[in-house]
Design a binder for this molecule. Structure first.
Ligand code: GLU
Length: 450
């Protein structure tokens, strides 16, 4: 585990543990930020005096609700829905919805907490929130997905609004689900409020590049980090874990920048292909057939090796982009990465690297890009979608991508400069946490005790 906390922060963390018992992912996310804040409060005692840190660790509002629906066999199913409205100092609550059986309050709170800082880093006017359900979309028919989304929105709609709370997708929630959610919102409210959800389809209020943005943005960020240290993606071997929306578009951008993605995965196994993953086939399997990575491997035949034993991180690579889910790289995996010659890790997913693994990597001199900075391109482009909706406009792909690239560059500069200012050059974890915290904390101080 990490070193002892600053004595001012220790009781704050103890209180977070006490009042959020059993929510281990939330504890982990808070701890990681607090580890960076000792240096900040030494320079800015006003934050501690006004108890801003305690306030930032407590969501503004937490909504938990029953989601009843009827499956194709006519059986009544009951799921649990969540929306944690974490912090609105910088703008309306903003953050995705995750549909996955592992979802419980602790996961949504960790994601919501991260989102507050991530959204601040974009420099755009968005607060942080997150929601979702323990609903498992795997194997469900289109009609079941639609009925579930409609029931979920029957409760959620009353908490949303262009100026209040604007959800989007996350794991298990993509364009199809956003469509069903938006349709039900529109029906209940009798209002075509495009700005109430992001990640919409291109024909009905969505933004160009939103689908690609998290993956592209992660690669842009890591590219900046590599260049800042005399490297680049060109000619590099890259592993991208996962095979969902983030992974697919990270692979696309790595290939555009001259790297080769040699492995990707899903929750059942991973595929290794030294000559490079065939992106068109991967898109066909995942986006059209909604299939598994094992199907991809079968269709590729002998050029691809499919494995269910061991871990994807045992494959030697130059750059690793964990883009599947939280805590997917543990200390042992990190040791494999170091041994395999990996020089940079960029988090496409939220909190995919355990604190112990981050230590193994950074002790070994591996460049490390934390998710709340590296994967902020998705939510940044959501904010661009909100801008377009508010002005009833729509921008071209090229213009939107250029905006995304600028945002990612400025996030990198901001994190790197803050790391320098605190005497820890290259420590982007500290740079991201300190810089985002200061922005949110200053806004909270200005707005008073609310
Ligand atoms: N779920 C994404 C994230 O983790 C995007 C959220 C959004 O676009 O609001 O940042």
């Amino acid at each position: 585990m990490s070193a002892a906390l600053n004595p001012t922060l220790e009781p704050i963390y103890e209180e977070v543990l006490r009042r959020n018992a059993g929510e281990t992912e939330f504890h982990q996310a808070v701890r990681e930020v607090l580890d960076s804040l000792g240096a900040v409060i030494a320079r800015h005692p006003e934050y501690a005096d006004a108890r801003v840190i305690e306030r930032i660790c407590e969501p503004e509002r937490q909504i938990i609700f029953r989601v009843p629906w009827v499956d194709d066999a006519g059986t009544v199913q009951i799921n649990r829905g969540f929306r944690v409205e974490f912090n609105s100092a910088l703008g309306p609550f903003k953050g995705g919805l995750r549909f996955h059986p592992s979802v419980y309050l602790g996961i949504i709170k960790f994601l919501g907490f991260e989102q507050v800082f991530k959204n601040a880093l974009t420099g755009l006017p968005i607060g942080g929130g997150k929601g979702g359900s323990d609903f498992d979309p795997k194997g469900r028919s289109d009609l079941e997905i639609m009925r579930f989304c409609q029931s979920f929105m029957n409760e959620l709609y009353r908490h949303l609004g262009e100026y209040t709370d604007v959800p989007a997708g996350d794991i298990g929630v993509g364009g199809r689900e956003i469509g069903y959610l938006f349709g039900q919102y529109k029906r209940i409210t009798n209002r075509y409020e495009s700005g109430v959800l992001t990640g919409k389809g291109l024909g009905w209020g969505g933004s160009q590049v939103r689908k690609e943005a998290t993956g592209y943005g992660t690669v842009y960020f890591v590219d900046e980090m590599l260049r800042g240290n005399g490297h680049s993606f060109d000619g590099s071997k890259v592993i991208v874990s996962g095979s969902g929306n983030v992974a697919i578009y990270a692979i696309e951008k790595v290939h555009e920048l001259g790297g080769t993605v040699i492995a990707c995965s899903d929750s059942s196994g991973y595929v290794v292909e030294e000559t490079g993953i065939d992106l068109n086939l991967l898109k066909e399997v995942k986006e059209v057939r909604r299939g598994r990575i094992s199907e991809y491997a079968e269709l590729r035949g002998s050029s691809a090796r499919y494995a269910t034993e061991g871990s994807i991180w045992q494959v030697p690579c130059d750059v690793a982009l964990p883009s599947a889910t939280q805590n997917e790289i543990n200390a042992e995996d990190a040791q494999f990465l170091v041994k395999g010659g990996c020089r940079a890790v960029g988090e496409g997913a939220n909190m995919p690297t355990t604190p112990e693994a981050v230590k193994v990597l950074t002790d070994a001199g591996v460049l490390f890009a934390p998710g709340k900075a590296a994967n902020a391109g998705g939510v940044a482009t959501s904010a661009l979608e909100m801008q377009q909706n508010a002005s009833r406009d729509s921008w071209t792909f090229d213009y939107t991508e250029q905006r995304l690239a600028e945002i990612m560059r400025s996030i990198y500069d901001r994190c790197a400069e803050t790391a320098d200012a605190y005497g820890t050059p290259g420590n982007l974890v500290l740079g991201a946490n300190a810089s985002a915290f200061i922005q949110v904390a200053d806004a909270m101080l200005a707005l008073g005790v609310v």
